[in-house]
Design a protein around this ligand. Structure first.
Ligand code: ADP
Length: 500
C-alpha cells in the first residue's frame, strides 16, 4: 500500500456505509475554502459555519460525523463550542484546528473530548491523515454498536436463560428467559450482585467456580437443578452450564451461565416409558387378540360366511389394524412435542386473531344455544408470537368452554393490554372444574371424571398443548373455576417479548 492509498479519504470511507459529513467551523475564509475543496474532492459532504453559534445551530439541525473546529473565533470560543457539542452529541468526532497550538490547549481540548488536533498552517496531507483516522474511529464505533445490538437481539430472543456476570459476580446481562425462570419481575438487574437474585447455593458456587477457573483450564461446569416455579405449581428442571470468559491475556473477566429448561424432556422420558407399558398391556394385547379371533372367523374356521359378512369383517379388521398402528405411533410422544412448537414468530393483532376464532366457533355454540360473546376491550393488543400456535391456544380454550358447558350458557372471550403484557381470557358459565382437579388439568392425558364429563369425548391432551405453547412464548396460564358455576382461563403473554 503506498502513502497515497493509505491516506486517501475515499479509500478509508469505502469501509463505512455512509458518506462522511464534515462541518468546518472557522472564521478564516482561506481555511474554509481549502478544507471544503479538499474534502469534497475526497468524497465528503462538507458544510461551513463561520462562527461557533452558527456551527452549533447547524449541528442541532443535522448530524455531522466530523467537526473541524477552530479554537480562536470571534464571539463564542472554540472551547465553549466543544463543551456544548460534546454534551449534546457525544458521537460527533471533533478535530480542533488552531494557530495557537500550545501544550495546554491540546490537553484542555482533549479533556473536553476532542478527538485530535491540527495546528495551522497544515498541509492537505496532514488534513487527510487526521480525517482518515477519524473515519476509522467512527467505523470502529459503528462496528461495536452493530455487534452489541446484534448480540442483544440474539440473546434476548433465546428461549434459554442467559446470565453473564463480571468477575465480581455483578450481573452484566440477564435475558428475559432467565428472569422468568427465576421468577424475577424486575427488568433492571444489571450491576447488582447475583446473590441478590439467586439464593440457590449450588448455582452461586457454579458461577464462583467458573470465575475462578485457573487460566490454563477451560472447563464447562454443568449441573441440573429443580426450580419451584411457584407454590403449588409444577417444578421446573433446568440444565445449567457455566463457563468463564476471558480477555486476550487469558484473564478471567466474568462468567456466562446458560439455563436450558429440560422439564419437558424429563417428563416425556418418564411418560414414554409409562405409556409404553400402558399401551402394551391395556391396548395392544387386547387389540391383537381381537384381530386373531377375527381372522379365525374370516378364514371360515368358525363356519361358512356370506360374502357380505366377509366384507364387513374385513373392514373391522382394517380398522383394528389401523388402531394398533395408531397406538404404536402414539408411543413416540417426543414426535408430538417437537412438532408442537413452531419457532416462526410474527407481530400478531391479538383482537383480530380471537375474533376469527370466535367466528369459527359460532355455529358450534349456536347448536348448544350458547351465547359466544367477543368483548372488544383493547383493539390495539399486539404481541410477537407464532400465529398457528396462538390460534391453537384460543381455539382449544373456546372449544373446551363449549364442550364443558350445558346448553344455554354464555362464553365470553376478551383481550386486554396491560403496560407490559397482553391478557387473553376465555370464561364460561359451564360445569366448572372440581377444586381438587384444577392443579392437574394441564397434565397430559388428565381428564376430569364425573357424571357431567362422562359422555364428552377427549384425550386430555388439549390443555397440556395449550400450556406448552404459552410457555414457549414466555407466558403463563391461570384458571379460576367454581364447580357448577363456570371457569375462566387467563393467558398472559409479555407484550414486548422479542421487540427491541
Ligand atoms: P380434553 O380435550 O380431553 O377434554 P383438555 O386437556 O382440553 O382435554 O382438558 C382437560 C380436562 O380439563 C378436561 O377433561 C375437562 O374435564 C377439564 N376442562 C377443560 N376446560 C374446561 C372448561 N372450560 N370447563 C370445565 N372443565 C374443563
Amino acid at each position: 500500500m503506498n502513502d497515497q492509498t493509505m491516506n486517501s479519504i475515499k479509500a478509508c470511507a469505502q469501509n463505512i456505509s455512509f458518506q462522511p459529513r464534515v462541518l468546518v467551523v472557522d472564521d478564516e475564509a482561506r481555511i474554509q475554502e481549502a478544507c471544503k475543496r479538499l474534502l469534497t474532492d475526497e468524497g465528503c459532504d462538507v458544510e461551513i459555519a463561520e462562527n461557533g453559534i452558527k456551527g452549533l445551530k447547524m449541528i442541532e439541525e443535522k448530524h455531522f460525523d466530523i467537526v473541524l473546529l477552530d479554537l480562536m473565533m470571534p464571539g463564542m470560543s472554540g472551547l465553549d463550542v466543544l463543551t456544548d457539542l460534546k454534551a449534546r452529541h457525544p458521537d460527533t468526532v471533533v478535530i480542533v484546528i488552531t494557530g495557537y497550538a500550545t501544550l495546554e490547549h491540546s490537553v484542555e481540548t482533549m479533556k473536553k473530548g476532542a478527538f485530535d488536533f491540527l495546528s495551522k498552517p497544515f498541509s492537505p496531507q496532514e488534513l487527510r491523515v487526521v480525517i482518515c483516522k477519524a473515519i476509522e474511529f467512527i467505523r470502529t464505533l459503528q462496528d461495536i454498536a452493530t455487534e452489541k445490538s446484534r448480540m442483544r437481539v440474539m440473546i434476548n430472543s433465546l428461549s434459554d436463560g442467559v446470565l453473564t456476570t463480571d468477575n465480581q459476580k455483578r450481573i452484566a446481562l440477564a435475558n428475559p428467559a432467565f428472569l422468568k425462570m427465576i421468577g424475577c419481575r424486575k427488568t433492571s438487574v444489571i450491576g447488582h450482585t447475583v446473590s441478590e437474585f439467586i439464593t440457590e447455593p449450588r448455582l452461586l458456587d457454579m458461577i464462583e467456580r467458573a470465575i475462578h477457573q485457573p487460566e490454563d483450564t477451560f472447563a464447562e461446569i454443568t449441573d441440573e437443578m429443580i426450580v419451584p416455579i411457584s407454590k403449588g405449581k409444577d417444578e421446573m428442571i433446568i440444565g445449567i452450564r457455566s463457563i468463564p470468559f476471558r480477555d486476550r491475556l487469558n484473564r478471567n473477566l466474568g462468567s456466562v451461565t446458560v439455563f436450558h429448561d429440560i422439564t419437558a424432556l424429563k417428563k416425556i422420558d418418564q411418560m414414554k416409558s409409562d405409556f409404553v407399558s400402558m399401551v402394551a398391556h391395556e391396548i395392544k394385547s387386547p387389540l391383537n387378540s381381537v384381530l386373531m379371533q377375527l381372522n379365525v372367523v374370516l378364514d371360515g374356521l368358525a363356519g361358512e360366511l356370506t360374502e357380505k359378512q366377509k366384507e364387513i369383517l374385513s373392514r373391522i379388521s382394517d380398522r383394528i389394524t389401523s388402531l394398533t398402528t395408531l397406538s404404536t405411533e402414539l408411543l413416540d410422544l417426543s414426535k408430538i412435542e417437537s412438532g408442537l412448537i413452531n419457532q416462526d414468530r410474527e407481530d400478531l393483532n391479538v383482537c383480530e386473531l380471537i375474533r376469527d376464532q370466535v367466528i369459527s366457533y359460532r355455529e358450534t355454540a349456536d347448536a348448544k344455544s350458547i351465547r359466544l360473546v367477543l368483548k372488544e376491550t383493547a383493539t390495539g393488543a399486539r404481541m410477537m408470537g407464532n400465529r398457528v400456535n396462538i390460534e391453537e391456544v384460543v381455539s382449544n380454550l373456546i372449544s373446551n368452554a363449549i364442550r364443558y358447558s350445558p346448553n344455554g350458557g354464555r362464553i365470553e372471550v376478551r383481550a386486554d393490554t396491560k403496560s407490559d403484557c397482553v391478557v387473553i381470557q376465555v370464561s364460561d358459565t359451564g360445569f366448572g372444574i372440581p377444586a381438587a382437579d384444577q392443579e392437574h388439568i394441564f397434565d397430559r392425558f388428565f381428564r376430569v371424571k364425573n357424571e357431567k364429563t362422562r359422555y364428552i369425548n377427549g384425550t386430555g391432551l388439549g390443555l397440556a398443548i395449550v400450556k406448552s405453547i404459552v410457555e414457549a412464548h414466555h407466558g403463563t396460564i391461570e384458571v379460576d373455576s367454581t364447580e357448577g358455576k363456570g371457569s375462566c382461563f387467563k393467558v398472559i403473554f409479555p407484550k414486548s417479548e422479542y421487540r427491541f
